[in-house]
Design a protein around this ligand. Structure first.
Ligand code: DGT
Ligand code: CA
Ligand code: CA
Ligand code: ZN
Length: 574
């Protein structure tokens, strides 16, 4: 699958075009939009091309004439000439450098022009020699931020977003299943636990023909190289830039192996201690009694049962208190994807989305949703074509019309309203009162000091107009850290004003994170799991938000969009 690679190239072309002396804003935007589409696409772009050629590519939102021909060029030749030419002019590793928090394309270019910084190693040298603080437009503070960014990047390096790793794992599992060589094939490790990022994939197989399975794996289309190949374990490097361990075990070991390779490690260590306490031995091959007989051949649930515990969902297995609850038979019943009735964070062509209200609603209906809230941007988000009060009033009446036009799903009137620097909201009260609900979020002045940021958000909540705090910390995984805020005070203010905490399901957001959900659960707060869709494809990101919610131990009752539209609106006081 070439999606990520092509998306990266388009992003980098945009970065380089931005550096051109002539203003090419329009072109830059086109490449960024195309990159976004390709990245979010749930099927391989080469399959789209194989099915319908250039025409099918151009039907994708944001893909035009030149971007589609670039995709064709890449599929056919593995290169894009335009990219190679730009690269000659700017021999800089933008892909890595722009992933460093605190360093955008503009700053990276400036570092190249002034200090000849081409890659992260050059950057580290420049930081060591304190050369950056004296550059125009950088300064002492900026040097510190970049240094911290480099450390953050290095520690997260190689970890892939769950939203990218999980679909790849599912494709590979399907292929192995279809090979007919195996009985069971499942994903374990951090992917099964739905961790926000994944270090490597761990696939577990039962089969009578382990060597044939190993052969099959190492010859798969998705594999770039084989790192290690043994009779029952193979480690491969996948094209998408991720390692994958595949292990074959016997049928009788399946439950124990699944338990072991799901982890996490700390959870496993506790499990093993419990086994020892009962005079048993637990490892990846089974649960053994004193005579070394495997007493648990009945799958994973049986292992937990024999150790006196209730089976628990993989998302809980982080040694954060789940073992104690399982002993007392007091595990919560975690929220499930099919309990979600609607999505309250979606964008349309009215601001920076790619589809109309009707198209978004129709796609949401296909996914079985009972309602969809349209939440386009307010005016301060001018890059995202945010709307002012006048335009919003018109847009809200467009939503009413769409609601009449589309059957079988209810469309709710919402907005994603900027919380401005002083804590005021970006639309008038009069406009907000016309809506079914509001989301409020921060998109600017992200590096505000903690105290000021805390007051800013509390002021917004105290206005009484905020229903949902959208992507609360504004972090982007592997790219931008969270805002600095006093969660206790903000959660208290949310409690007081009945503000719902969003879990944004977009793969690089997943915000609130599971750790922050844990903090928020100490307060009387409700949550809302949304997709932040900018395209119909994104509506299915919901499952990633569900994974994070489950990692935060949330139940159906904690999540407001498990209610039907009528209950929800009355909960919101509308
Ligand atoms: P990752 O790959 O960094 O996202 O995280 P995991 O959890 O997938 O870790 P990984 O791939 O290193 O190992 C897969 C599972 O194997 C892990 O969740 C638990 C188990 N495991 C690995 N190393 C150990 C160990 O030293 N002791 C025990 N008890 N279990 C281990
Ligand atoms: Ca792993
Ligand atoms: Ca592994
Ligand atoms: Zn937003």
């Amino acid at each position: 699958m070439m999606n990520s690679k092509i998306a990266e190239i388009f992003e980098e072309i945009a970065d380089m075009l931005e550096l051109d002396e002539v203003d090419r804003k329009f072109e830059v935007l086109a490449y960024r939009k195309a990159a976004q589409t390709i990245e979010g696409l749930q099927e391989p772009v080469e399959d789209v091309y194989a099915r319908g050629g250039l025409e099918a590519l151009q039907e994708l939102p944001g893909i035009g004439k030149s971007t589609s021909s670039h995709i064709e060029e890449y599929i056919k030749t593995g290169r894009i000439k335009k990219y190679d030419e730009l690269k000659k002019k700017f021999p800089v590793d933008f892909n890595t450098l722009t992933k460093i928090p605190g360093l955008g394309a503009k700053k990276a270019a400036k570092l190249f022009v002034t200090l000849k910084v081409k890659d992260i190693d050059d950057l580290k040298k420049a930081l060591e020699r304190h050369k950056i603080k004296d550059l125009e437009g950088f300064g002492e503070r900026s040097e510190e931020v970049i240094l911290k960014g480099v450390q953050q990047y290095e520690s997260s390096k190689g970890r892939m977003l769950l939203g990218r790793a999980l679909p790849e794992a599912e494709r590979i599992i399907k292929k192995i299943k279809d090979s007919g060589l195996v009985h069971e094939v499942v994903i374990g490790g951090s992917t099964r636990r739905r961790k926000e990022t994944v270090g490597d994939l761990d696939i577990l197989v039962t089969s009578d023909k382990p060597e044939k399975v190993m052969d099959f794996i190492s010859k798969m289309h998705e594999v770039e190289s084989v790192a290690l190949k043994g009779p029952t374990k193979t480690t491969v490097r996948l094209m998408i830039g991720l390692s994958c361990d595949v292990r074959v075990v016997e049928d009788d070991s399946f439950g124990a192996a699944l338990q072991y390779f799901t982890g996490n490690k700390e959870h496993n260590v506790r499990m093993r201690e419990i086994a020892i306490g009962k005079g048993l031995k637990l490892n990846e091959y089974g649960l053994f009694d004193k005579k070394d007989r495997n007493i648990s051949k009945d799958g994973e649930e049986d292992i937990y049962k024999k150790l006196g515990l209730d089976w628990m969902p993989p998302e809980m297995r982080e040694n954060r208190g789940e073992i104690e609850l399982a002993m007392k038979h007091k595990l919560p019943k975690l929220i499930e994807l099919d309990e979600i009735k609607g999505d309250l964070h979606t964008h349309t062509i009215a601001s920076d989305g790619s589809y109309s209200i009707v198209e978004m609603a129709t796609a949401a209906k296909k996914l079985g949703r009972e309602y969809i809230g349209i939440s386009d941007h307010s005016k301060s988000e001018y890059i995202a074509r945010g709307m002012d009060d006048r335009k919003f009033v018109k847009h809200l009446s467009d939503i009413d019309k769409a609601n009449d036009a589309v059957q079988g799903i209810r469309i709710l009137k919402g907005a994603e309203i900027d919380i401005l620097k002083d804590g005021s909201l970006d639309l008038s009260g009069k406009t907000m009162e016309l809506m079914d609900y509001t989301l409020a979020s921060i998109h600017t002045n992200l590096s505000m000091p903690k105290e000021e940021m805390t007051k800013r958000i509390i002021a917004a909540f105290d206005s009484g107009y905020v229903d949902i705090w959208a992507h609360p910390t504004d972090r982007l995984i592997n790219a931008r850290g969270p805002i600095s805020v006093d969660f206790d005070r903000v959660f208290e203010a949310a409690e007081r004003n009945n503000v719902v905490m969003e879990i944004d399901s977009f793969p690089d957001r997943l915000d609130l994170s599971d750790e922050n959900i844990f903090k928020a659960r100490k307060y009387k707060l409700r949550f809302c799991i949304d997709t932040d869709s900018h395209s119909t494809e994104h509506l299915s990101f919901m499952r990633f938000g569900i994974g994070i919610a489950r990692r935060g131990w949330l139940t159906k009752e904690d999540v407001v969009n498990t209610m039907n539209a009528k209950e929800l609106l009355s909960f919101l006081g509308k």
